[in-house]
Design a protein. Structure first.
Length: 458
């Protein structure tokens, strides 16, 4: 009996070793851009057979995914997408398949579908690196979408008519801080973000999100004070394609008493069609915001299901310090300073570990830089360099370059990083570097600290 068990274990080890070797061969072929050979390697792992005139193959998720990635690199996007969709029918939370399906949709100019696929990052486990690659790429695609919409709106501004916009359409302008204390300034943007997100749960209500509004304000040179001017409000509504604007202000006293005023403005003739006032302690801030969202829902007369109403009433955090840090993080993001934004989101999580919105933004800056690129091929290459699949089929990060060496992309920097990240086998090895990167022993893949800046010449 012992000999049988030993034989089974030995066979399992040999089989696993062969499978691992075949994986490496296929990955080497991908890195050499020999995609046909990579596909052949992956197909061999599926062990195709013909029985009674029918073809049978083993289902190896990683091998099938590899075939899809190879097709993607050959720009056979439709074929690759079909492969990823088949994988996701069996495993809806396979991060690599989700990521590359969205990349296929991007390449096919199916932007809306790509955005919806990237949004599924929330279904992935927190230890799955593709969760963060998908979130980073989602932000990038949204930025491209916002920029296109902005330029289109500016070009067509003179021919836009309010009666052509959806009847139930609204944008939330930044609120104005009337307090003497600038520490409450972050709520100007944070309150608008929170309110717009809650309004998005209302069915059949078109809500313009913060990214497009922020890009529009930057383009027009507006701030929370000047956005309240009549001409500015009408122009913003026309450019955003909405009939109504929500605008308001808040005052927080030294004893933490709060007054919030809000108005719903019909932009076409700039008339206030509804006004609301709320008073209370700052501790009621989040409940007041929910009351405001419900009052806006009542104005449009839209029925909500219990589930939609519960989603709207869900409070992301009740910790004001956490929310203020989150708001500062949003502002840093709008200024394209992701590293500083990360500090604020980490602070928010320290105050409230259950603050999901802040946690979603806690992405390593290197991943953020990698996913924010026009060049999809480069994105794929860098992602594959940073991730490996374990013997149990789980993805994990294995290569994390310092963010200052990732962007802008530089081949010499990557070569230097990979050389410090590998130990070439044997003495005076002459192996090709790609081959060595698979067969060598990995070490900590970080560069030494950067040299000091030389002094300025007198």
């Amino acid at each position: 009996m012992k000999w049988k068990i030993a034989g089974i274990l030995l066979f399992g080890l040999l089989f696993w070793g062969c499978a691992t070797s075949r994986y490496k061969e296929a990955e080497e072929s991908l890195n050499r851009k020999d995609y046909d050979q990579a596909i052949r390697n992956y197909i061999e792992m599926l062990q195709p057979k013909i029985r009674n005139g029918k073809r049978f193959i083993l289902y190896d998720r990683e091998a099938v995914t590899g075939i899809g990635v190879a097709y993607w690199h050959q720009k056979s996007y439709q074929s690759a997408a079909k492969i990823f969709e088949k994988i996701l029918e069996k495993d809806p939370t396979h991060g690599k398949a989700l990521f590359f399906l969205a990349m296929c949709q991007e390449a096919l100019d199916h932007e809306a579908e790509a955005i919806e696929t990237y949004k599924k990052y929330v279904t992935l486990e927190e230890d799955d690196p593709y969760r963060y690659f998908m979130f980073g790429r989602l932000d990038w695609v949204k930025q491209l979408h916002v920029n296109r919409e902005l330029q289109k709106a500016l070009q067509e501004e003179d021919i836009q008519l309010f009666n052509e916009f959806p009847e139930s359409s609204v944008a939330v302008a930044y609120f104005l801080n009337l307090s003497d204390n600038p520490e409450w300034d972050p709520l100007q943007k944070g309150l608008a973000e929170l309110l717009a997100r809650d309004l998005s749960y209302i069915p059949n209500l078109v809500v313009v999100g913060r990214p497009l509004l922020n890009a529009m304000m930057l383009e027009l040179g507006l701030n929370p004070m000047t956005v309240r001017e009549v001409e500015a409000q009408q122009r913003i509504a026309r450019l955003l394609g909405v009939r109504y604007l929500v605008s308001g202000s808040y005052l927080i006293t030294d004893n933490l008493k709060m007054t919030l005023d809000a108005e719903i403005i019909a932009a076409e003739n700039n008339t206030v069609v509804s006004s609301m006032n709320f008073d209370g302690n700052i501790a009621r801030f989040f409940k007041i915001e929910k009351e405001l969202a419900l009052r806006i829902s009542d104005f449009f007369g839209i029925f909500m299901t219990d589930q939609q109403r519960n989603n709207l009433l869900k409070i992301p955090t009740e910790d004001m310090a956490a929310f203020l840090s989150y708001c500062r993080g949003l502002d840093a993001l709008d200024q394209n300073n992701f590293v500083i934004a990360q500090d604020y989101f980490h602070q928010a999580m320290k105050y409230d570990g259950d603050f999901i919105e802040a946690r979603d933004y806690m992405v390593n800056p290197a991943i953020w830089e990698v996913t924010h690129s026009y060049n999809q091929m480069r994105v794929s290459y860098e992602v594959r360099q940073m991730v490996e699949t374990t013997a149990k089929g789980r993805a994990r990060l294995v290569f994390m370059p310092p963010p200052d060496l990732v962007s802008p992309y530089n081949r010499l920097q990557w070569m230097g990083l990979q050389q410090t990240g590998q130990v070439l086998p044997g003495n005076n090895s002459r192996k090709h570097f790609i081959e060595a990167s698979f067969s060598s022993a990995p070490i900590i893949p970080y560069m030494l600290s950067q040299p000091p800046v030389p002094p300025e010449l007198p």
